[in-house]
Design a protein around this ligand. Structure first.
Ligand SMILES: NC(=O)c1ccc[n+]([C@@H]2O[C@H](COP(=O)([O-])OP(=O)(O)OC[C@H]3O[C@@H](n4cnc5c(N)ncnc54)[C@H](O)[C@@H]3O)[C@@H](O)[C@H]2O)c1
Length: 248
């Protein structure tokens, strides 16, 4: 049966790869991103497959824009069966004391507050609709920080906690949440972190993540779809996609 699936951060990387796979399964996709050009390109890819899609431009850290993307999805598809809370960013690799408030706020506003706003406005519709599934893109940094990545790691630990709390609070209301944790995935997200890269940082990161086998977004998208299809069973837990590098 076709589901209405809302994906944040669907302009590129994992969000796009998952949107395309879900389109092949015949689902309706709401593509949310602040990158309008690539967001529209994802919509075009979904439509070419023959599935329905809308694009809503939004900064997930802006409460009004979050309200708007939820309303636009309800207008287009009548309900939200699955909320894929995926938008995220990184800030430059640094030791914790080297981060300033602006970088701290940037990563927390998007990775944590943006995810909170999303569930805050999606859950009332799921309650009205008799239930739903929330999948959060967490990270191996949700349980094992990589070196020089402390603030990002804090944000992903918080997102893991949000997953558990949704799992706790709504299990009697047919709303289930699952975290999926990519490790090293081949996307462009680390470009913004790499501006501070040097030999010392590189060595520390490699030492903290041996042996660092990268996954493609398409591979991780399969785990996302598994989480969406099995959320009742997996409720409140996280699927670790680190290929054996990190054992939890
Ligand atoms: N690539 C990895 O190695 C890796 C590992 C673990 C977790 N993750 C997580 O996977 C998720 C997807 O990232 P990705 O690797 O596909 O990278 P990506 O940069 O390709 O995708 C992130 C998307 O989020 C969007 N985005 C960022 N900030 C936004 C905002 N404020 N409002 C709206 N959209 C915004 C970007 O435009 C982009 O389309 C992120 O949550 C990231 O933290 C990635």
């Amino acid at each position: 049966m076709s589901k209405s699936i809302l994906i944040t951060g669907a302009a590129t990387g994992l969000g796009r790869a998952t949107a395309v796979k879900l389109a092949r399964l015949g689902h309706q996709i709401a593509v949310i991103d602040f990158n309008e050009t690539e967001g529209q390109n994802t919509v075009n890819m979904v439509k070419e497959i023959g599935a329905e899609a809308i694009f809503v431009k939004a900064d997930v850290a802006n409460e009004q824009q979050v309200q708007n993307y939820v309303e636009k999805t309800i207008e287009a598809f009548g309900k939200i069966d699955v909320f894929f809370n995926n938008a995220g960013l990184m800030v430059p690799f640094r030791l914790i004391h080297e981060y300033d408030e602006a970088e701290y706020d940037r990563v927390m506003n998007v990775n944590v507050k943006g995810a909170f706003f999303g569930v805050k406005y999606v859950i009332p519709h799921m309650l009205e609709n008799g239930g739903g599934t929330i999948v959060n893109t967490v990270s191996s940094n949700s349980f094992k920080p990589t070196a020089y990545n402390g603030v990002y790691s804090m944000s992903k630990h918080a997102l893991n906690a949000l997953t558990k709390s949704i799992g706790q609070d709504y299990q009697d209301k047919n709303i289930y949440a699952v975290g999926v944790a990519p490790n090293n995935m081949l996307t462009n997200i680390s470009q913004s972190a790499n501006v501070t890269m040097n030999e010392e940082i590189y060595k520390a990161i490699v030492a903290s993540t041996p042996p660092n086998i990268a996954a493609t977004p398409e591979e991780v998208a399969e785990a996302m779809i598994f989480a969406m299809n099995n959320s009742k069973l997996l409720n409140g837990s996280t699927i670790n996609c680190a290929g054996g590098q990190i054992l939890i």
